[in-house]
Design a protein around this ligand. Structure first.
Ligand SMILES: [Mg+2]
Length: 391
């Protein structure tokens, strides 16, 4: 899958801390609520949309907010409570993909490319996430969808609050063009000012500008920034590595150009991954292949295993399929780095109990019957009891 045809969802809760306060204290609904440091040097953490109407913004000194909105309700943050709600929200994310990159308590990227076949279109998945968050927390999330991180995030930002918007590749340039250059990822204050001096105010003007003319203001970054202005972004969604994936990769001293050799590396990586997964009692459902072309262009390709597995041959077969498809699409395939990883792990204890139940000869049919009668946790509970009786 080319990097710009991935399915990325960006979810961002609306006015998160303030909304939690309004949820917990119904008197505060419809009232300007400002969650902030209340000391003399405090700054605003989050404010409700009612407060934004007075010009209050995040990161503004609380003293200034009080001048703009003297009748607002000012509250200290209650982080433990926000974390509790955040855990519910992230649980929803993990129900649609293992590839979740949390940016803060209330914001994350989800790569759902490998979930489409199972769960439906990106809009169906986006709607499911938005609805599930509301059902479980009574809070509103804005959901942006696109072929990459840049466009998914912009889609949620421009549709906020209560946003739901998808930017398709064909529309990317048109949707980006009128936005101010400062909205573009990587364009900070300094770069923004430099661009303004060149008379460039919108992302469209940045995309259309002559590269040589831009180089004076942007230096070596010019290529990357202009690509972003066209809506191109190859950054991957990066879940927390430690717990969520087991990987192996190798950087070649001399670029690898022989397909058979690449396959051998995949097998070697597969063996290492499977051994480490087995050691930790894990089975994964997602195989990701990482391919870096010289010097630094990195692609990832991903597919799901039918059943969670820690088997070398199953990991290898899926990884080889991904490699072959990528390789055949390249005019001159060349690799600087090749990696494989396994993710989407089932909970370890659940898996062990499930396996011991299977070992006892409980047939699939019986499992289905137990679960349809008593709910899907019943088999696990039965397993726990059995383990205890053996102690
Ligand atoms: Mg937010």
């Amino acid at each position: 899958m080319p990097p710009d045809e991935r399915s990325i969802i960006h979810v961002d809760m609306d006015a998160f801390y303030a909304s939690v306060e309004q949820l917990d204290q119904p008197d505060l609904r419809g009232v300007p609520v400002i969650v902030a440091g209340l000391g003399p040097r405090g700054v605003v953490s989050t404010c409700s949309y009612e407060a934004r109407r007075f010009g209050v913004r995040s990161a503004m000194p609380t003293a200034q907010a009080r001048r703009l909105c003297p009748d607002g309700v000012y509250l200290w943050p209650r982080m433990a409570r926000y974390e509790e709600v955040s855990a519910q929200v992230f649980e929803v994310f993990h129900e649609v993909t293992p590839l979740v990159e949390g940016l803060s308590l209330d914001e994350a990227f989800l790569d759902v490319s490998a979930s489409l076949r199972l769960l439906g279109s990106i809009e169906v998945i986006g709607r499911r996430v938005k609805n599930a968050i509301f059902e479980r927390t009574r809070l509103v999330a804005s959901v942006g969808m696109g072929p990459n991180k840049l466009l998914a995030k912009l889609a949620s930002e421009i549709s906020k609050p209560n946003g739901f918007h998808r930017i398709v590749p064909e529309r990317a340039a048109a949707e980006l063009a009128p936005l101010p250059v400062g909205r573009l990822w990587t364009v900070g204050k300094v770069t923004e000012q430099a661009l303004h001096r060149l008379g460039i105010r919108t992302i469209g003007e940045l995309a259309a500008c002559d590269t040589a003319r831009l180089a004076s203001a942007l230096g070596r970054q010019v290529g990357v920034i202009q690509a972003l202005a066209r809506g191109e972004d190859e950054r991957c969604v990066e879940p927390e590595q430690a717990e969520q994936s087991i990987g192996a990769e190798h950087t070649f001293d001399v670029d690898l150009v022989e397909y058979e050799l690449a396959e051998s590396w995949l097998l070697r990586h597969g063996e290492r991954i499977a051994a480490r997964a087995r050691q930790r009692g894990l089975k994964g459902s997602t195989v990701t292949v990482k391919l870096r072309e010289p010097p630094f262009v990195t692609h990832t390709r991903q597919a799901q295993l039918g059943v969670p597995s820690a088997s070398v041959s199953e990991i290898y077969e899926v990884a080889r399929g991904l490699l072959r498809t990528w390789w055949q699409a390249q005019p001159r395939p060349r690799l600087r780095l090749l990696g494989v990883s396994l993710s989407g792990f089932a909970e370890r204890h659940q898996q062990e109990l499930f396996e011991s139940a299977q070992a006892e000869g409980i047939t699939d049919q019986l499992q289905d019957r137990i679960n349809s009668r008593f709910g899907s946790g019943s088999l696990v509970r039965a397993g726990v009891l059995r383990t205890r009786s053996q102690d």
